[in-house]
Design a protein around this ligand. Sequence first.
Ligand code: PLP
Length: 357
Amino acid sequence: VYNFSAGPAVLPLAVLEEVQAELLEWGHTGASVMEVSHRGGPFMQTAAQAEQDLRDLMGIPDNYKVLFLQGGATMQFSAIPLNLGFAGKRADYAHTGHWSKKAIADAKRFIDVNVVCDTSEEGYKHVPEASSWQLSDDAAYVHITPNETIAGVEFDWLPETQAPICADLSSTILSRPIDVRKYGLIYAGAQKNIGPAGLTIVIVRDDLLGHFPADAPRLLDYQVMAESDSMNNTPPTFAWYLAGKVFAWLKANGGVESMAQTNQQKASALYDYIDNSNGFYTNPVAVDSRSWMNVPFILADDQLDASFLAESHAAGLHALKGHRSVGGMRASIYNAMSVDGVTALIDFMDQFKAKHQ
Ligand code: PLP
């Protein structure tokens, strides 16, 4: 079966097999990894190795803290204005999709939000050029969502800003190399390109810490978590352990450079097929804003949606239903989706088209 779920999403089979083999007895602990203390040597070592491997993969400089948190990316929608809002009463937000809309709504509870661009009216079909963004002079930070998982809208460039850039990389982290030094903060829910749900990664420049409001929930204070190596309370140990295995798998498979090559190859094969299907399938996103990770496509005849989903499922191609707000189909093709999986999808789409056009 090939699983095209947008998240929680497919994990590398080799990683799952390793986890399966270790499930009842992990290392020499005589226990499952879920049953040992997070403060004991074996887990501390595993946790530290996971962080080091992520640092190696992304080239994270020493002046950035890497936090392994809970609460999902959504919790960061509030934690970010609380932690980074100190430098002003305003933050700039790009509104390029459903997730940036949610980030804006939560941030507004804590800080003035200046929306620098907004494509909601057009239904999120492209990302406006940075030169058109209405950045403010006094923003504490600039928030972007480089990959919008629902509409499949992506940009891999960064605007020129005075204020630190804060990026929701939930659905694109580790899909290609990025220069971490260009960001003040990066965050990502783990359940797409990293590991199981329940873990959220935050990578934050250390000079941005230490300004958290005294009356806000302490566990949202990045400094508290940084000072305790993300173990101020019990961390999501199983998810952390499994994420560590995915990082090791990525390193063993050529790292983010190699992922980028494969991801580009997968995405262009699928978009090429859609664009050349004589309108049987269409992708609504402007060509220069198309996501490598989430590829929505609409059938010209939506009466065929139900049979497309039933037949693709029967053919072993799962979770292709589009998000309810967009309709149609969506193929999420994260790092763990093989080229073979995408080829199988294209073959199926072609057979379905031949049968129904
Ligand atoms: N941001 C993006 C880009 C997402 O795709 C998602 C989830 O799909 C979220 C935020 C919300 O993540 P979580 O469910 O971890 O809070």
